[in-house]
Design a protein around this ligand. Structure first.
Ligand SMILES: [Cu+2]
Length: 304
């Protein structure tokens, strides 16, 4: 890569990150500046290609269905070695089509071709990042910084030109960093109250009637300014919509697709449709943007 090209690629990567930094959150609602220094540093470091030391954490891609509504496969590899806590590690994701070749047809969906959600096994950690496409279409890379050791689920969310929105996932075990003490993640429990403080707001989640497995549920987030208790009407678009909602079941086995009702709304409510596949505990992460700050608002609910 010549210097001009490299500078261009870096600028593009930084721009992507400004709107979409990965981050890690505990159980409480929290605020993240839109421009995260850690993420910028992570991206600024050289994304390189080292095929010799490539390690695969996944078996071969599963054979995919043929034709329209095709199902792609995803191959998750760690070209510079397996991840260790506290050390940004290069992750490569190759989305392959039915012929096993990188799928060059991926469409931009919510401003990105590839969305990557990373959660820890008991869901106390959450990251939403956007790996950058390499020179090869269908092959994406990101440096991932796992703050703590343990098992993590990676969920790649994308849409092939001739297929539906789909996800492919992979578990990875992150090794302990030097001097790390082993930590146990707290067990997930349902929230007693579905209201949280985030970014100077009070955010409540309402599920209408009690959510039932297999039935469509409507999730309504309501935003009030914590200072003056007025309804918030100046939410900013995040990834081209009022917000982004991710839902996982307690074992991080099921990723629930969520659709915004009115993507252009700015508050004081944001509504989403979701169908919980089975009874059990689910964690819901709402991501919203206001005053240039990206907010992550998590809730844990029981579905009957
Ligand atoms: Cu995304």
């Amino acid at each position: 890569m010549n210097k001009a090209k490299a500078a261009l690629a870096l600028t593009a990567a930084l721009l992507l990150l400004i709107s979409s930094t990965g981050c890690q959150r505990g159980a409480s609602a929290s605020v993240m500046p839109a421009q995260s220094t850690a993420a910028m540093e992570a991206m600024a470091s050289d994304i390189h290609h080292d095929h010799d030391s490539e390690m695969s954490t996944e078996m071969e891609p599963e054979p995919a269905a043929k034709g329209w509504n095709k199902t792609d496969a995803a191959r998750f590899t760690w070209p510079s070695g397996m991840p260790q806590a506290g050390k940004p590690t290069l992750l490569r994701i190759a989305i392959t089509d039915t012929t096993g070749q990188p799928d060059q047809s991926l469409e931009v969906n919510h401003e990105k071709k590839l969305h990557l959600i990373i959660v820890s096994k008991r869901l106390s950690k959450f990251m939403h990042i956007h790996p950058v496409q390499t020179k090869m279409a269908g092959v994406f890379e990101a440096k991932v910084n796992f703050k703590t050791a343990g098992a993590y689920k990676l969920v790649a969310d994308f849409k092939p030109a001739e297929g539906k929105q789909q996800t492919q996932s992979n578990w990875v075990v992150v090794a302990r960093g030097a001097g790390d003490e082993p930590k146990t993640e707290p067990v997930l429990t349902a929230d007693k109250e579905l209201t949280r403080a985030a970014g100077g707001m009070e955010v409540s989640l309402s599920l209408g009637s009690e959510p039932k497995a297999g039935a469509s549920s409507m999730l309504t987030f309501t935003f009030r300014d914590a200072m003056n208790d007025k309804p918030v009407t100046d939410l900013q678009p995040y990834l081209g919509a009022i917000g982004h909602v991710v839902i996982m079941d307690a074992d991080a086995e099921r990723y629930v697709h969520v659709h915004a009702m009115d993507e252009r709304a700015k508050g004081p409510t944001a509504q989403f449709h979701a169908t919980f596949p089975e009874p059990g505990l689910y964690k819901i992460w709402g991501q919203f943007k206001r005053h240039g700050q990206l907010l992550i608002v998590p809730f844990v609910i029981q579905v009957h």
